[in-house]
Design a protein around this ligand. Structure first.
Ligand code: NDP
Length: 508
């Protein structure tokens, strides 16, 4: 029943009277599209137009790539010192902090995420820029001094070149901050395309980069759609690398598109992330983390804890506890500071979420909570109820595919082996979690789970210092940590002869 839920109706906060106007940033200047085309973004929570953006075409992508190539080849950034790069990255971090409220508001208006969460993400993004600054100054290669008395070997780390950065709508500012500062710390230049649903905060980032003094052409932003802008950015031979976050389907298309010029591709894709709950776990903490894992960002999150695998002995009690907590989570107007779960990104996506739930029901699953749209008084966007689906079989689409909504699937197990089999029976391998007070259970799970990140007795904690990425179809390459910098570096071997002695190869 809807009345059981904690619904936050329309808040006092007003959306801006005028939409944000977003243009391309090419070679240090703000430009409209060559054909002057634009598109609008309608707020998913308030139903009104919040952004009018230039709609890029092939000519705009081409100009941006040319500017990034020239900036790289001229050494405007790649030949600067680590100290100078770090100084600029730190300045950008300070500007992000200064503009946190403005950035968070646009992030909320375009994505539908709660304002308190948006502010925390912008704060987290600034921290990543600071971490990348520290890498810019400590980056180094190797020296080999044991190759014999007449040789010295050096491994130089060099920027890979021009990088295409393609980002999705679920964490627009945070995800570009997991890529761009590392590319810049390495000395690369970039062309960025944000999702057409969330262009504004990437444009604000461009403003801050120019204010901080980044030379023209080092970072370029082209707004618009995957086709034609994204495709140009992945096929053009002047681009050396593509880094992408989004769906596994588009990730595969990008690998194909990039194969024509054999450019490097780094991918952060989807997940179907399990949390396994053992009977000896702290069930209160586990249930809270399960609610957080599935409802955070309305479930529109590659790290969503969208399936739980609960020991049979505690399954009924644990599901009841999770449902009770779910009813208390504040869903509603993302502009209200108390809201924890906001709107669904588009009406089409809302339909997709619902069809997963209806199909599971038709296949024999139960839906003890939610399972339909949520009406938020005063707002005409789209919202979905917190939803729990039980009696789920491992073969159902809802247990295997990314629902990307506030929908929890519940499976059960009897032994650790069975739990591990269920965890690893997935095309994805992004993250996995285990809840147990027994350290041996946690360690065995951590070793056997096929996932890029394993959490034990916690969920979704992330640090700039720790790498993030996926096994299997969840991606390739890593972001964050020192691995996040390595993605943007080439290794060059320099072999140096010491002295003149050399046995002639050609006989005298
Ligand atoms: P997409 O993967 O389609 O989009 C991500 C980005 O890629 C957008 O900027 C998009 O542009 C761009 N793009 C689309 N097609 C191409 C292409 N052929 N070449 C280059 N770039 C391209 O994700 P959606 O936003 O459509 O979401 C669909 C599903 O993807 C979700 O339901 C969810 O399951 C998953 N997803 C996973 C994410 C994750 O974090 N792992 C993030 C977002 C979505 P544009 O959309 O502007 O045309």
């Amino acid at each position: 029943m809807m009345s059981d839920l904690n619904v936050v109706s329309i808040s006092e906060a007003k959306i801006p009277a005028e939409p944000f106007v977003a243009r391309h940033m090419i070679d240090g200047a703000w430009r409209v599209s060559a054909d002057a085309a634009t598109f609008e973004r309608t707020s998913p929570s308030h139903g009104s137009v919040v952004t009018i953006a230039s709609k890029g075409g092939k000519a705009d992508a081409d100009a941006a790539i040319a500017a990034a190539r020239l900036a790289f080849d001229k050494g405007r950034w790649s030949r600067t010192s680590g100290k100078d790069r770090a100084t600029l990255l730190l300045k950008v971090a300070d500007l992000i902090d200064r503009d946190r409220e403005r950035i968070a508001l646009m992030e909320t208006l375009e994505s539908g995420k709660p304002i308190s969460q948006a502010k925390a993400e912008i704060e987290g993004a600034a921290d990543i820029w600071r971490f990348a600054a520290s890498l810019a100054r400590t980056m180094h290669g190797e020296s080999h001094n044991s190759l014999g008395s007449d040789f010295l070997g050096l491994v130089l780390k060099e920027p890979i070149g021009v990088v295409s950065i393609i980002t999705p709508w679920n964490f627009p500012f945070l995800i570009v901050s997991q890529k761009l500062p590392f590319a810049l710390a390495a000395g690369c230049t970039a062309v960025i395309k944000p999702s057409e649903m969330t262009p504004a905060t990437t444009v604000i980032m461009g403003e801050l980069l120019l204010e901080a003094g980044l030379p023209a052409g080092v970072v370029n932003i082209v707004l618009g759609f995957g086709d034609p802008v994204g495709t140009a950015m992945t096929q053009d031979r002047r681009v050396d690398m593509v880094t992408f976050t989004g769906s596994t389907g588009v990730g595969k298309a990008i690998v194909k598109a990039a194969s024509g010029t054999l450019k490097k591709v780094s991918l952060e894709l989807g997940g179907k992330n399990p949390q396994v709950i053992f009977p000896d776990a702290d069930l209160e903490n586990a249930a809270d983390a399960v609610a957080f894992g599935v409802y955070f960002n309305a479930g529109e999150c590659c790290n969503s804890g969208s399936r739980i695998i609960v020991h049979e002995d505690i399954a009924d009690e644990f599901v009841a506890r999770t449902i009770a907590l779910s009813r208390k989570v504040p869903f509603g107007d993302p502009l209200d500071p108390s809201t924890k779960v906001g709107a669904i990104i588009t009406p089409e996506h809302q339909k997709k979420i619902d069809s997963y739930v209806q199909d599971a029901k038709a296949a024999g699953a139960n839906v003890p909570l939610g399972g339909s749209a949520l009406d938020v008084p005063g707002l005409n966007g789209q919202f979905y109820q917190p939803t729990v689906v039980t009696n789920v079989a491992g073969s159902m689409a809802i247990a295997r595919e990314e629902v990307f909504g506030p929908v929890l699937s519940v499976l059960t197990f009897r032994t650790l082996d069975e739990a591990i089999d269920l965890v690893n029976d997935a095309d994805y391998g992004l993250s996995a979690g285990v809840w147990s007070e027994n350290v041996h259970t946690c360690l065995e799970f951590a070793r056997r789970a096929n996932a890029g990140t394993v959490w034990t007795n916690t969920w979704m904690d992330g640090f700039a210092e720790l790498p993030f990425g996926g096994y299997k179809e969840s991606g390739q390459g890593r972001e964050l940590g020192k691995y996040g910098l390595d993605e943007f570096l080439e290794a060059k071997t320099v072999t140096m002869k010491i002295g003149k002695s050399r046995d002639p190869w050609v006989p005298a």
